[in-house]
Design a protein around this ligand. Structure first.
Ligand code: ADP
Ligand code: MG
Length: 385
């Protein structure tokens, strides 16, 4: 397949004629560690993938937006009426119209535009193709219109587009990662203050790589389970008299757990509190370049998700176990659970061996073959030309 940026340019030429004014790329992401901590006001640590969504864009007169995506091969068009209120554009176009809506609602004079979208981010695999699309479109519109909107204020607006226009209740992590990540770094995000810090994550320099395995597990009851986990966490915080579980430190964990009478609520709270600490420990190791040593923290995170938070599924556990047996330094499910991807920290030259071991374990159990890609931390949204 040709390069994603070339495909966006070719799409622009074919659909609209001529060359775009520029091309803007935004990445998919994985969360290195910190699962289900976001809505507990805690910490997450995503990094950007080398898989990107590219928007080739050019101006158009008036308040009109015409958008083609190679994904569906369709071209959609909308104007001021459709972005006056949420949900007037539906389907994939809602992510684009939502960005226009959120920018206009924040008082920006969004330029009319033609956009051609191509992407290497797989959809619905938990790698956040939605935020990549929003970020590519937002950065394109901001630059085309010369809008006064610095990068640090963009994630909030992209999140508003997804929450209110599309109607998908997500946190701030995906959009922050797609917009603000840096090459060779992970993004340490405090979900309470929304402050970010770029943490060196030089896998390449350490002779390592990250294997991302798409479990291909069907998402079973994921929405209902997610809501149930949120309720448990809120109940635990309420019983402990804190604003959110973020406010319980690991040093207070035993005392806090003793005050929760329901064993399931106790396990849920233990996951969140220990997971926040694992994020902080990972950040501390990475700050001093001890990349290899984060492996056990990744694996401990998985065990906590499996046993305490109970959000893993057999495919996911099989992939993690097989990766560890084949020599991965650490492995865990990433994302909300009940499917999605597994990360395995591997020696750079062992990635294929580990991937084969996972595939073999899958075959043994009769699971649908997994897909995999080996990645290094990549840049956030950027203008290409
Ligand atoms: P994820 O973000 O985990 O990949 P979501 O369900 O949040 O999954 O978002 C996927 C949706 O985003 C797709 O169903 C589609 O509507 C939209 N989308 C993402 N990338 C593209 C693209 N390149 N072209 C058109 N729509 C896209
Ligand atoms: Mg998404």
């Amino acid at each position: 397949m040709t390069d994603v940026a070339d495909r966006a340019r070719a799409g622009f030429d074919r659909e609209f004629g001529g060359s775009p004014a520029g091309r803007w790329a935004a990445p998919g992401r994985v969360n290195l560690i910190g699962e289900h901590t976001d809505y507990n006001d805690g910490f997450v640590l995503p990094f950007a993938l080398p898989l990107r969504t590219v928007a080739a864009a050019g101006p158009q007169d008036g308040a009109r937006w015409t958008v083609w995506s190679e994904l569906s091969g369709e071209t959609i068009e909308f104007g001021a009426d459709e972005v006056a209120e949420p949900a007037r554009v539906t389907g994939w176009g809602a992510y684009v119209a939502g960005v226009v809506w959120a920018l206009r609602e924040a008082g920006h004079d969004v330029p009319g535009a033609r956009l051609a979208i191509a992407s290497d981010v797989p959809l619905g695999a938990g790698l956040s193709s939605s935020a990549a699309l929003e970020a590519a479109v937002m950065t394109a519109l901001v630059d085309l219109g010369g809008l006064d909107l610095p990068a640090e204020r963009q994630p909030r607006l992209a999140q508003r587009a997804e929450n209110h226009y599309v109607g998908a209740p997500t946190g701030i992590m995906d959009q922050s990662a797609a917009i603000r990540c840096r090459d060779g770094h992970a993004l340490f995000l405090d979900c309470r203050s929304e402050e970010v810090e770029h943490i060196p994550f030089d896998l390449h320099g350490a002779g390592l790589a990250m294997l991302v395995v798409d479990s291909r597990a069907p998402h079973r009851h994921a929405d209902g389970e997610y809501a149930a986990r949120r309720r448990s966490c809120e109940a635990a915080a309420a019983q402990l008299g804190v604003r959110a579980l973020r406010d319980v430190g690991v040093d207070q964990l035993d005392a806090a757990l003793a005050r929760l009478d329901d064993p399931e609520t106790r396990r849920r709270a233990r996951h969140v509190v220990t997971e926040d600490q694992r994020v902080l420990d990972t950040v501390a190791l990475l700050r001093t370049g001890r990349v290899r040593e984060i492996g056990p923290l990744l694996t401990a995170s998985h065990v906590s998700m499996r046993d305490d938070f109970e959000i893993t599924v057999p495919e996911i556990d099989t992939a993690v176990e097989a990766a560890l047996e084949a020599g991965a330094l650490g492995a865990r499910m990433t994302g909300g659970g009940f499917g999605g991807c597994v990360l395995a920290l591997v020696e750079a030259d062992a990635a294929e061996t580990v991937a084969s071991a996972v595939a073999a374990a899958y075959a043994d159990k009769g699971f649908q073959a997994p897909a995999h890609v080996t990645v290094l931390p990549a840049p956030g949204a950027t203008r290409l030309d």
